[in-house]
Design a protein around this ligand. Structure first.
Ligand SMILES: [Zn+2]
Length: 122
């Protein structure tokens, strides 16, 4: 029995609280739109993290390693580029994974009132 057969045709997405067709939602009941948004958000934070990692590495190279400026620091730039790229990609995956794991409710929704905090798992 397919898991989606347990649900009616119209399902409320847990992220934006909009009614969507069952086939548009995944196992966590995120609609496609919310998955795209989450991925974009994870990308932004991932690249920001990659930039932070590269900056930290640059500071370490500058102050710690103190490379000779007589040489064209192509190798260092390549190292920083790799740190940025790999750091960004890995961070993005981790952030997106964390979003999926936490699966916070209604983060894409505009709540009519913010009376009480959502009770987490339910
Ligand atoms: Zn949604």
């Amino acid at each position: 029995m397919h898991w989606k057969e347990r649900f009616p045709e119209e399902i409320t997405c847990v992220r934006c609280l909009e009614e969507k067709e069952a086939r548009e939602l995944d196992r966590l009941l995120w609609c496609e739109e919310c998955q795209v948004k989450a991925k974009k958000r994870a990308s932004v934070w991932g690249w920001a993290s990659g930039g932070g990692i590269a900056t930290g590495l640059a500071l370490y190279i500058w102050f710690g390693v103190q490379p000779s400026m007589d040489l064209i620091p192509t190798g260092w730039l390549a190292t920083l580029g790799a740190a940025f790229y790999l750091g960004g990609r890995v961070s993005r995956e981790i952030i997106f994974g964390a979003m999926r794991l936490r699966n916070r409710r209604a983060v894409e929704a505009r709540p009519p009132s913010t009376g009480e905090a959502p009770s987490g798992r339910g």
